[in-house]
Design a protein around this ligand. Structure first.
Ligand code: 9MR
Ligand code: 9MR
Length: 605
C-alpha cells in the first residue's frame, strides 16, 4: 500500500510490479534534500538480516550511485529494524530517487540553497506570533495569515486571589504595567519571561555569530522581512520586538510585594513575605483561565494578568538584556545603555532575592524551575561578556557550571547558553579559559556523535525517553554540534547537525516532516489557537516553517497522548492532531533552534 502510494502516477504497469514484489523496505530520508557538499544518509526499514542493494538514479534515469545497506538491526527508540544507506557520494545538484532492494522512494533534491527558504520561514514564525501589532499579509506570506493585533493595549494588573494551591495573593494595589508586544509563547497566548529568554537568546546568538563572520549570507541580504526593518538586519529587529517586551516586565524601583521566599513544598499553600521587588521581572503575563481552541488572539476575552516576579524570570531578563547591550552598542548606543541598565538592575535584584519561585496558577503555562544555579551562571556570563567587569567574572569562575559538562539547553536548563557566550566572546575570559569553554562544547558534541552510533535513525540523541518538545532537544544538540564545527573545523560535527535536521525533516519512523510547509509529508494540524484550520475552515493552517514539539513518551499530558501511553516506541509517540498539545504544539523556544540550525547550515555551506 505504502509502495503503491509512492509510485502513484507512474502507471498501472508499476502497480502490477508493486503487487508482485513482497516485503519491500520503507525509505526514510530528509524530505527537503541535501546540500551538495553535505553528508547524506537515508534509512531503510526492513526486517532483512542480510544487507540490501540500493541505487540512486538521476532525473534522466541513469544510476549515479549504488551500494549495499549497512544493517543496524533493532532500534529501541523507533521500534524498527533498520538499515543505513550512505549517499554522500552524490554531490551534483539535481533531482534523484533512491531505490532499496527494488522499491523506489520519493524523489529528493540536492541543491546548495535547500535551507534558505527554511531559515527565512523559521524566522517569520516569530513575526507571525507577535502580540500587540497587526499581522500584515505582506510580511506573513499572504492574506490567509493576516490578523488584527492581539492584545494591542496590554496594560495588566497583578493577579489577585487564590491560586491552585490555596495561596492567597494580595495583588499589587493599583499598580499596572504596559506590557504590550512580545511574542506569544506557543499555541496559547501567554507571554512568559522564562522561555521568552531562551528563545530571544537563540536569535540574538545567531545574530552575534553572523556578525562575527562577515562573509556569511545574512537575512539582511534579501527583501524587507519585518516591519520597520530599515537598514537593519531583520533578525535583530525581530529579536528587539521580544527584548522590548522583556524590558517592560521589569518591576520599577521602590516596589514592595508579597512574595514566597525560599523553597517551599510544591503544590502547597505558600507563605508570603514582604520583598523589595525592584528590578525583578514578572514571571508572565497571561490569561486568567485557559481559552478554548480556537481563540484567535484578537478574540481573547479573558482578563490578562501579570503574575508575581520570580528569580528565574529576573535572570532571564538579566541575561538577554546583557546580550542586547553587546549587540546594539555599535548600532543604537542609547538602546544598548537601556538594556545594560536593565540587565545590571535585574542581576542585582536576583542576588538580593535569589530564591523566589512561581506559584501555581491555571490559565497559562507554569514554567516553574526549582534550580536556578544555571540561570545565575548564564546571566553572569552574559554580563561578563558584555562588561568585562570582574565582579561578574568572579561569579562565573566560582560557579560549578564553569567547568561542568555541557548539556543541550532547554527553558529550564540554560547553563549551555552561558558557556556558548563565553566561548565566542573575546576579551572577557583569558584565552586559556575561553579555550576550555570551547573544549566543553566540542566534548559535548563528541558525546552526541557517540550517541549517534547507538541510534538506528542515526541521530545525535540515543535516549528512549523523549521529553515534551523533543525536536527542540535534538536541534539544540545540533546547535552545539555546529558550534563544535566552528571551533574545531571538523566536518564530522557538521554531519551530526545535518543528521539532526534530516530526522526533523523526514528521516524518522513516521516518515513525517515536523516542519509545516516543508517536505512531502509535513505537519499541518498543530495545537494552536489561530492556525486552527482543522477546527474552523475560516482559520488558516500553520504558515510554512513552524516546528512541532515532536514525539513525547515521558509527559503524555493531553488526552490523545494519554491513549498512546505505553503503546508507542519513543519516536512514534506523536500525532498530527490539533488537541495533542503534549505532542504537537509549537513554541518560540522550539522554533528558535530550528531557525539557528537552518541559518547556520545555509550560511556555511
Ligand atoms: O492549550 C494549552 C497549551 O497551550 C499548553 O501548552 C498546555 C500545557 O500547559 O495546556 C493547554 O491547555 C489545556 C489545559 O492545560 C488543560 N485543559 C485543556 C486545555 C486546552 O487543551
Ligand atoms: O515546554 C514545556 C514543557 O517542558 C513542560 O513540560 C510543559 C508542561 O509544563 O510545558 C511546556 O511549555 C508549554 C507552556 O507551559 C505553555 N505554552 C506552550 C508550551 C509548549 O507546550
Amino acid at each position: 500500500m505504502i509502495l503503491r502510494l509512492r509510485i502513484a502516477g507512474t502507471g498501472l504497469a508499476a502497480l502490477l510490479v508493486a503487487a508482485a514484489v513482497a516485503a519491500q523496505p520503507d525509505i526514510r530520508i530528509n524530505q527537503l534534500g541535501f546540500q551538495p557538499e553535505s553528508s547524506k544518509h537515508a534509512i531503510a526499514v526492513d526486517t532483512s538480516t542480510a544487507t540490501l542493494p540500493w541505487s540512486v538514479t538521476d532525473s534522466a534515469g541513469a544510476v549515479v550511485a549504488r551500494g549495499q545497506t549497512t544493517r543496524f538491526g533493532e532500534d529501541a527508540a523507533s521500534g524498527d529494524h533498520v538499515h543505513a544507506i550512505d549517499l554522500s557520494e552524490v554531490t551534483r545538484s539535481g533531482e534523484y530517487r533512491l531505490a532499496v532492494n527494488g522499491a523506489i522512494g520519493r524523489s529528493f533534491v540536492v541543491a546548495p540553497d535547500i535551507y534558505t527558504p527554511l531559515a527565512r520561514a523559521a524566522l517569520n514564525y516569530f513575526y507571525q506570533t507577535r502580540a500587540g501589532i497587526p499581522i500584515e499579509a505582506r510580511f506573513a506570506g499572504g492574506a490567509l495569515w493576516a490578523r488584527p493585533a492581539g492584545h494591542p493595549h496590554e496594560v495588566a494588573p497583578c493577579f489577585a486571589g487564590t491560586d491552585e494551591s490555596g495561596t492567597l495573593w494580595p495583588g499589587c494595589g493599583g499598580y499596572t504595567r504596559d506590557v504590550t508586544g512580545g511574542w506569544y509563547d506557543a499555541g496559547d497566548q501567554g507571554k512568559y519571561v522564562v522561555n521568552g529568554g531562551i528563545a530571544l537568546w537563540t536569535l540574538q546568538n545567531l545574530y552575534e555569530l553572523q556578525r562575527s563572520t562577515p562573509q556569511t549570507r545574512r537575512f539582511s541580504d534579501g527583501a524587507e522581512l519585518v516591519p520597520r526593518q530599515g537598514r537593519l538586519d531583520p533578525l535583530l529587529v525581530e529579536a528587539r520586538w521580544e527584548m522590548d517586551f522583556l524590558l517592560a516586565m521589569q518591576v520599577p524601583d521602590n516596589m514592595h510585594m508579597q512574595l514566597p521566599v525560599g523553597r517551599q513544598p510544591p503544590r502547597t499553600k505558600l507563605t508570603l513575605s514582604d520583598v523589595d521587588a525592584s528590578g525583578m521581572a514578572h514571571h508572565k503575563v497571561a490569561d486568567r483561565q485557559w481559552t478554548p481552541l480556537p481563540t484567535p488572539p484578537h478574540k481573547d476575552s479573558q482578563p490578562r494578568l501579570l503574575y508575581p516576579p520570580t528569580t528565574a524570570a529576573t535572570l532571564n531578563l538579566a541575561a538577554t538584556a546583557a546580550q542586547c547591550a553587546r549587540l546594539w552598542r555599535p548600532i543604537d548606543p542609547a538602546y544598548a545603555d537601556l538594556c545594560l541598565k536593565a540587565a545590571t538592575r535585574a542581576f542585582a535584584a536576583a542576588q538580593r532575592n535569589p530564591d523566589i519561585f512561581t506559584g501555581d496558577f491555571t490559565g497559562s503555562g507554569g514554567y516553574g524551575d526549582g534550580n536556578l544555579a544555571d540561570e545565575f551562571y548564564w546571566a553572569a556570563a552574559e554580563l561578563f561578556a558584555t562588561t568585562h567587569d570582574p565582579k561578574y567574572g568572579d561569579v562565573v569562575r566560582q560557579a560549578g557550571l564553569f567547568t561542568a559538562a555541557v548539556r543541550e539547553p532547554n527553558w529550564g536548563s540554560v547553563a549551555a547558553l552561558g558557556t556558548i557566550t563565553l566561548a565566542i566572546s573575546d576579551g572577557a575570559l583569558t584565552l586559556a579559559e575561553q579555550g576550555r569553554q570551547r573544549a566543553l562544547i566540542t566534548t559535548a558534541a563528541d558525546g552526541f556523535l557517540a550517541e549517534e552510533a547507538q541510534s538506528g535513525y542515526r541521530i545525535p540523541y540515543a535516549t528512549t525517553a523523549y521529553p515534551w518538545g523533543s525536536n527542540a532537544s535534538i536541534l539544540n544538540r545540533a546547535m552545539l554540534l555546529a558550534l563544535a564545527e566552528r571551533f574545531a573545523s571538523q566536518t564530522r560535527y557538521r554531519g551530526g547537525a545535518v543528521d539532526a535536521m534530516d530526522y526533523v525533516l523526514g528521516r524518522n519512523p513516521l516518515d513525517v516532516s515536523y516542519v509545516s510547509g516543508f517536505g512531502a509529508r509535513a505537519m499541518h494540524n498543530p495545537h494552536h489557537r489561530f492556525w486552527a484550520h482543522a477546527l474552523d475552515s475560516r482559520l488558516p493552517p500553520p504558515p510554512p516553517g513552524v516546528l512541532s514539539g515532536g514525539p513525547n513518551n515521558t509527559a503524555m499530558a493531553d488526552d490523545i497522548a494519554r491513549t498512546m501511553k505505553g503503546k508507542c516506541a519513543a519516536q512514534r509517540c506523536w500525532r498530527d492532531e490539533v488537541y495533542a498539545y503534549a505532542l504537537n504544539e509549537v513554541a518560540i523556544n522550539w522554533n528558535a533552534p530550528l531557525l539557528w540550525v537552518a541559518a547556520y547550515l545555509d550560511e556555511t555551506r
